[in-house]
Design a protein around this ligand. Structure first.
Ligand code: ZN
Ligand code: FE
Length: 256
C-alpha cells in the first residue's frame, strides 16, 4: 500500500511524497523546493529514498541538490537529460521499472513539453505522475517538441486505465477550464466539472488529482475526436493530431 501526500510549493506547483509503509521507502516527485518536502518528511518520520524528476525545469528540480545533501536520497531522471537533471544518479527511459518497496513504477517517455519529459505510473496504486505533460483540463506547453510528439505522448497516457489518478505538477485547472469552455461550450460534463473546480478553488482546495476518466470526458487535449471541438475549430473530420495542434496553439494565445 502506498501513501501519497500532496505538498503545495512555489506559486502553483504540487510536489508529491509517495511512501511505502512496509519497507519505509519514500519518493518525492518533482521537488520544486526542498524546505516544504523536508518539513513533511520530518512530520511523518519518513526518510527520503528517491527523488523522481519528470523533467529538468527549475520548478521541478529546484530542491534536488539540497534534498540529496540533507537526506542522501538518490535522484531518478531521464537518460536523455543527464546534463540538465541536477544530481541525477539513476537514468531511466521508456518501460523502465522502478521499485519502491513492494510497489513498482513504470516509466513512460512523454516528450513534447521538453524533449526528455518522462512520467511515472504506479499501476498498483492507480497513480500517474505526469509532471507538465497532462494537466487537469489541460496539457503542457510545447517548449521542445512538436504537436505530433506531444500527441503521441498523450496517446500513451490516454490508454491507461480510466480509474488512474492524474497527479500533475500544477494547479492550473481553473484557467484551463475557462479555455476548454471556449472550444467545447456544450459539453455537459465539462460544465459540471468547471462548477466543481470553481467551488474548490473558492475554498482554496486542490483540484488535483483528477481521474483519467474525468479527463477523457472533459479535457479538450484528450478529445480531438469531439465533433463539437472539431466543428468549433472549423476542422470537422480532421486528423486528431491537427486538431490537437490547433487546440494547443489557441490555448497558447488565450488569456483567461
Ligand atoms: Zn515544465
Ligand atoms: Fe512546471
Amino acid at each position: 500500500m502506498l501513501e501519497i501526500l500532496q505538498i503545495p510549493a512555489l506559486k502553483d506547483n504540487y510536489v508529491y511524497l509517495i511512501h511505502d509503509g512496509e519497507s519505509g521507502e519514500t519518493a518525492a516527485v518533482d521537488p520544486a523546493e526542498a524546505d516544504p518536502v523536508l518539513q513533511v518528511l520530518a512530520a511523518n518520520g519518513w526518510e527520503l529514498t528517491y527523488v523522481l524528476n519528470t523533467h529538468h525545469h527549475g520548478d521541478h528540480v529546484g530542491g534536488n541538490l539540497e534534498l540529496k545533501r540533507r537526506t542522501g536520497c538518490r535522484i531518478v531522471g531521464s537518460e536523455r537529460d543527464l546534463e540538465r537533471i541536477p544530481g541525477i544518479d539513476i537514468a531511466v527511459g521508456e518501460a523502465a521499472i522502478l521499485k519502491l518497496g513492494n510497489s513498482e513504477a513504470r516509466v513512460f517517455d512523454v516528450p513534447g513539453h521538453t524533449r526528455a519529459h518522462i512520467a511515472f505510473w504506479f499501476a498498483g496504486a492507480d497513480a500517474l505522475f505526469c509532471g507538465d505533460t497532462l494537466f487537469a483540463l489541460g496539457c503542457g506547453r510545447l517548449f521542445e517538441g512538436t504537436p505530433k510528439e506531444m500527441w503521441r505522448s498523450i496517446e500513451k497516457l490516454r490508454a491507461l486505465p480510466p480509474e488512474t489518478k492524474i497527479y500533475c505538477a500544477h494547479e492550473y485547472t481553473r484557467a484551463n477550464g475557462r479555455f476548454a469552455l471556449t472550444i467545447e461550450p456544450e459539453n455537459t460534463a465539462l460544465k459540471e466539472r468547471m462548477a466543481e473546480v470553481l467551488e474548490l478553488r473558492r475554498r482554496n482546495q486542490p483540484t488535483v488529482p483528477s481521474t483519467l476518466k474525468e479527463e477523457l470526458a472533459t479535457n479538450p487535449f484528450l478529445r480531438p475526436e469531439s465533433e463539437e471541438i472539431q466543428s468549433n475549430l472549423g476542422m470537422t473530420n480532421a486528423d486528431p493530431v491537427d486538431v490537437f495542434a490547433e487546440t494547443r496553439s489557441r490555448k497558447d494565445a488565450f488569456r483567461a
